[in-house]
Design a protein around this ligand. Structure first.
Ligand code: TYM
Length: 356
């Protein structure tokens, strides 16, 4: 395939703090793996991070952190376009334009919006019906508001993808609903204006289902707001402590018994970090009831450290090199803006925003 015929890949990560191993196994590791074969575009979603109202200092610090972690994990600016979302102002303009074709109802029904709205309103259970949440959103006082940026989060994500005309979007399982909405918005725009402007992007096909990396607290996914993360930048001592404290159960009570969720989660992490032989050995020990969870955790911690320690060491070196970081993102912004400006010009033309 010639250089300019490579398929366009795009993905991003919000700048909300250090990257955890959910981000790594669900996204970043895959970004690194495909750099040679695709037209790769990876960015730091700082505008998306604004939906949770970080302090200006935190926002800025977190962008730099993610950038250093991208590079430390192996993203190569010679192979991929690496940029900061807010460095491409065309995205903000197209976000406004695309919003004219997006329904409030479909945005309110997205799982991520309902989860985030619940958090803003301090609702801890998922028992409340959609109508109850809607009533609370509308009736709430201004201190507990659910901001409009949270609602239109999927529009902004769709624009990130469509403005680069990306066709492949490597993401973890939690982002698939947003990708589905992106396809819907692309179809709707094309059909409303009778054009073939946007390709419909799909998840990257790895030959296996997109993953959800679990947390160490026994249920649910690993996530910053869940407070159950192992970070790429964790000190080895901290990482070991976190893994050794992971929730378990009383052990298998009979041969070949089903696994409880916390144990299945530990095996899921082991499969991501360890060799197939190690996984098979612990599976056998679980099946014949000889397993000692302490041994499993020790092995898991060491296998995770074999992955995170080299990255952690590079993060610190890269963070100290401001000149290099500046060069990477200014070159990235230049490249990303080129395609974004071309797409935006087409969108304006198609929608009738034309010069006299
Ligand atoms: P974000 O910042 O929440 O997560 C970044 C990436 O990490 C993946 N991920 C996980 N994968 C598996 N298991 C987990 N526990 C886990 N936690 C996070 C996410 O699926 C994601 O791939 N909206 C996006 C950022 C974004 C974006 C885009 C992505 C903005 N615009 C355009 C792709 C294309 C987000 O909040 O990801």
């Amino acid at each position: 395939m010639s250089e300019n015929k490579k398929e366009i890949v795009l993905s991003g990560i919000r700048s909300t703090g250090n990257l955890h191993i959910g981000n790594y196994f669900g996204a970043l590791k895959k970004f690194v793996a495909i750099q040679d074969d695709y037209d790769c575009n990876f960015f730091i979603a700082d505008l998306h991070a604004l939906t949770t109202n970080p302090s200006p200092e935190d926002l800025h610090k977190n962008v730099k952190t993610i950038l250093a972690e991208y590079l430390a994990a192996g993203l190569d600016p010679e192979k991929s376009t690496i940029f900061i979302q807010s460095d491409v102002p065309e995205i903000a303009e197209m976000y406004l334009l695309l919003n004219m074709h997006v329904g409030i109802g479909e945005l309110m029904r997205t799982t991520s919006f309902k989860d985030k709205a619940r958090k803003c309103l301090g609702i801890s259970t998922t028992d409340e019906s959609d109508e109850d949440i809607e009533k609370q959103i509308i009736g709430t006082d201004t201190n507990k508001r659910v901001n409009a940026g949270l609602l239109t989060y999927p529009t902004l994500m769709a624009v990130d993808i469509l403005i680069q005309k990306a066709t492949k979007v490597p993401v973890g399982k939690d982002q698939l609903q947003h990708l589905e909405l992106t396809r819907r918005f692309a179809r709707r725009f094309n059909s409303f204006y009778g054009v073939d402007l946007f390709p419909e992007p799909t998840d990257f096909d790895w030959g296996c289902a997109p993953i959800k990396v679990p947390g160490l607290d026994g249920s649910g996914k690993m996530g910053k707001s869940e407070g159950n993360c192992i970070y790429l930048a964790d000190d080895p001592k901290v990482l070991r402590k976190k893994v050794m404290r992971a929730v378990t159960d009383e052990g298998p009570q009979a041969p070949n018994s089903a696994m409880s969720e916390p144990i299945a989660n530990l095996f899921c992490l082991l499969e991501l970090a360890s060799t197939p032989e190690t996984v098979a050995q612990f599976r056998q020990a679980y099946a014949d009831c000889s397993i000692r969870y302490g041994d499993l955790k020790k092995q898991l911690a060491e296998d995770l450290l074999a992955i995170t320690v080299p990255i952690r060491e590079r993060i610190n070196d890269i963070l100290a090199d401001d000149d290099y970081l500046r060069k990477v993102v200014s070159r990235g912004a230049e490249r990303a803006r080129e395609r974004a400006a071309a797409t935006l010009a087409e969108v304006r033309q198609v929608m009738g925003i034309r010069k006299f």
